[in-house]
Write a protein that binds this ligand. Structure first.
Ligand code: B12
Ligand code: SF4
Length: 476
């Protein structure tokens, strides 16, 4: 366990995400600061490190990084990484090293493919939970020692990646300080939200990790581990957000919120007892969304739930190792509607083994339950997942979207059907969503007529054209 630092160390943390470069973000208006970066900053500060944060979310380019490097002269620059921000992360590392700082990457993408980050930009990559590793690295770098061999860190030696021992997870998440909200322009996020929705929204995390094992899910940082903060600690964070920043809407960002029912019930009771009056949303698995629980969650302020429905075919759910049943989807969706809680469905097309009949089943499910919001993406094989391993010999575009705007819209491996078929199907979901919104405004027989016509055009004309000579596709 790292102790207080003998040498005053200056660390600059950078989130290279730039919202204006991400059309997905503009579409869904979901801007939250990285909780990873804010928690790392809080932890470093608590351990005596002089820490600053550059959050590029609202910036035009990387100039704020250059400015901070010139003014703050950090020993160490730590860059948070996601796949979409690879190029900018590398550019930030080059700026850092040119200023004489040691550059370390961490976060989901760098942890998945450290060699890419170490190739010519970064000095090191943090491989898992970053708090203790960064404190130790800050101390080592400021003292001018060689960080090779630090637990949880990979460095490059010649053309080899040398990994230190595995860093054990923090024993208790309650030991983490509150995120260092004061080190970024949090008011900018809150006022953007206020303008868009009338609510001052902020993200909160109550757990780390997920014990489930969906075959396409990338969990480079926490794997299948799972730790939950105490209700007490969560309430303290909610109260601080409310009192310091007038936050009135919280997005719980846990991979799966409220896995332990007794914990969740305690939290709901405390939120009501303390009269927090917060509205909230969360991401959950369908089997956890039991009708009686949803009624309690609604009373405590639940407004919207993100549900990973993924497919309307039980065979596909099993192939994805999703661990859910269609009957659970149906029960959860009905209960959410009854309670007046908005549902946002995540759906996926193009997972290996999916047939036209499976796609049709997904569309039927969508039509039947008409979620208020949805996202239907073409399956992305993320390195490090079983899905990726299964298709890595038939990747297209190197397995990466060529443009940020293609994320979830490009077919990144040679699937059974052509990309155009999946894109056409995405458009069909768009039509379904519009028809569903028109319910109540247009007579039902007219709506039914449009649905039938769309089905017929799809089956008789568009799909055969898109499939070309594979008009009778193999059932895999
Ligand atoms: C909440 C969340 C969001 C929120 C908030 C995003 C944000 N600003 O961070 C919203 C909904 C806005 C969002 C959007 C997106 N997200 Co998101 N999101 C998550 C989620 C569920 C939790 C993130 C989180 O808070 N984790 C908890 C913190 C504590 O963990 P952490 O960030 O990994 O940080 C720890 C370590 O990684 C490490 N670490 C992190 N940074 C650094 C830096 C250094 C130097 C070191 C040493 C260590 C280190 O230490 C930290 C503390 O231990 C994750 C899944 C997950 N479980 O992580 C996906 C996830 C991060 N998101 C993902 C993606 C793809 C996106 C989008 C690109 C989606 C899109 N638009 O298409 C956008 C990007 C937006 C953005 N601002 O970056 C992917 C990233 C995959 C990848 N390899 O890039 C993930 C992993 C989900 C997945 N499995 O696919 N997301
Ligand atoms: S998709 Fe969700 S439930 Fe499945 S393993 Fe990933 S985080 Fe867990």
């Amino acid at each position: 366990m790292p102790g207080d630092l003998p040498t005053p160390s200056r660390v600059l943390l950078v989130d290279p995400y730039l919202a204006r470069d991400d059309p997905m973000e503009r579409k869904f208006v979901e801007l939250y600061p990285s909780l990873g970066v804010l928690t790392l900053a809080g932890y470093l500060r608590e351990h005596g490190v002089d820490v600053r944060v550059v959050d590029l979310t609202f910036a035009r380019d990387t100039r704020p990084v250059s400015k901070a490097l010139a003014q703050f002269h950090p020993h160490l620059v730590g860059v948070h990484t996601k796949t979409l921000t690879l190029d900018r992360a590398l550019a930030v590392a080059q700026l850092a090293r040119a200023s004489g700082a040691y550059a370390v990457a961490g976060g989901p993408d760098a942890a998945t493919r450290p060699a890419v980050y170490l190739a010519d930009a970064f000095d090191a990559v943090g491989l898992g939970e970053g708090e203790q590793t960064l404190v130790e690295l800050a101390e080592t770098v400021a003292a001018g020692r060689d960080p090779a061999g630090t637990a949880g860190l990979a460095v490059r030696r010649g053309d080899r990646t040398v990994r230190g021992p595995v860093r054990p997870f923090l024993k208790s998440l309650d030991d983490l300080p509150l995120p260092a909200w004061d080190l970024i322009d949090l008011e900018r996020y809150l006022s953007e939200w206020e303008r868009a929705t009338g609510e001052r929204r902020m993200a909160v995390l109550t757990s780390r990790g997920c014990p489930f094992d969906c075959a396409w899910c990338s969990k480079p940082t926490f794997g299948r581990s799972y730790r939950q903060q105490s209700v007490e600690r969560v309430v303290a964070e909610l109260r601080a957000l409310q009192q310091r920043y007038r936050v009135d809407y919280v997005r719980f960002c846990d991979d799966v919120f409220g896995i332990q029912r007794s914990w969740l019930e305690d939290l709901l009771d405390r939120m009501l007892d303390e009269k927090l009056n917060l509205k909230f949303e969360c991401l959950a698995r369908v089997e956890l969304l039991k009708p009686d629980l949803l009624a309690r969650m609604r009373r405590a302020g639940l407004e919207r739930v993100y549900v990973g429905v993924e497919s309307g075919s039980q065979r596909m759910l099993d192939t994805m190792n999703r661990g859910t049943k269609l009957a659970q989807v149906e029960r959860a969706s009905t209960a959410l509607r009854k309670e007046g809680i908005r549902q946002f469905w995540f759906l996926m097309l193009g997972y290996p083994g999916e047939t036209l009949e499976d796609i049709a089943a997904t569309l039927r499910l969508f039509r039947q339950y008409s979620p208020e919001e949805y996202s239907v993406s073409i399956a992305v094989p993320v390195p490090g997942t079983r899905f990726y391993e299964a298709v890595k010999d038939r990747l297209r575009h190197g397995g990466r979207s060529t443009k940020a705007s293609d994320a979830g819209r490009a077919l990144l491996y040679e699937a059974v059907y052509p990309e155009a078929l999946y894109r056409w199907t995405q458009a069909r979901f768009g039509l379904e969503a519009s028809l569903s919104k028109a319910r109540g405004k247009i007579a039902l027989p007219v709506l039914k007529g449009i649905e039938d016509a769309a089905d017929a055009i799809d089956r008789r004309i568009v799909t055969p054209i898109l499939l070309g000579k594979n008009a009778e596709p193999p059932v895999t």
